[in-house]
Design a protein around this ligand. Structure first.
Ligand code: E4P
Length: 216
């Protein structure tokens, strides 16, 4: 059960890494645009915060598998913990197969159907990313999708990891894990909601008050 952060903000990643609870990071072109910096520099800074077991997903943006592979090699040369994200398209799957054959980890992203996940696994993907929030926006049950993928991956001993993405709330996290996701990638705002509970705050207030009175 792993937790990734879904952001390109290096300062936020550095802060949450201090918890020791973060196993990796996912970025995408939109998240890169939000920070507005050179993606190679951003990837270099993020990847240096983690050891070689971590996974830092970086998306390639190109029309052909050939160009995706050129970009992938550049990102992968930054750090061995960089995972290449490709879209679940014809060219993306071709690139996935070639990169996987060269032992470069690939995350096939923008997964919305069971059939896409089969092809991505066949292409050697290390990770597949079903987009739970966007599924929901389009009346697709993303949690059922994860359950089906889990079942068939187990039946066929497929080692591709299910990385639940497009997480909008804490229920998406718990439901994804219950459905069999290996990893959930979480926006920092939602990560904050994971540990907060009003009863924890109330209980702590009382404990602090009692402790002060005892030590008067
Ligand atoms: C995952 O890898 C993506 O970066 C991300 O989860 C997309 O989420 P969104 O649907 O909120 O944009």
């Amino acid at each position: 059960m792993k937790i990734f952060l879904d952001t390109s903000d290096v300062n936020i990643i550095r802060k949450y890494c201090e918890t020791g609870l973060i196993d990796g990071v996912t970025t995408n072109p939109t998240l890169m645009k939000q920070v507005g910096r050179n993606p190679v520099e951003v990837v270099s800074e993020i990847s240096s915060l983690f050891n070689s077991d971590a996974s830092i997903s970086v998306e390639v943006v190109a029309d052909s598998a050939k160009d995706m592979i050129i970009q992938a090699k550049q990102y992968h040369s930054i750090n061995k913990n960089v995972t290449i994200k490709v879209p679940c398209t014809y060219e993306g799957l071709k690139a996935c197969k070639k990169l996987s054959n060269r032992d470069i980890k690939v995350n096939v992203t923008l997964i919305f159907s069971f059939n896409q996940s089969i092809l991505a696994a066949k292409a050697g993907a290390t990770y597949i990313s079903p987009f739970i929030g966007r599924c929901e926006d389009n009346d697709i049950n993303g949690i059922d999708l994860i359950s089906s993928i889990r079942k068939v991956f187990n039946l066929n001993n497929i080692s591709t990891k299910i990385l639940a993405a497009s997480i909008r709330n804490i229920d998406h996290i718990s439901e994804s894990f219950k459905a069999g996701a290996d990893i959930v990638t979480i926006p920092p705002k939602v990560f904050e909601e994971m540990y907060k509970h009003s009863l924890t705050d109330q209980g702590l207030e009382q404990f602090n008050k009692d402790w002060k009175e005892l030590n008067k």
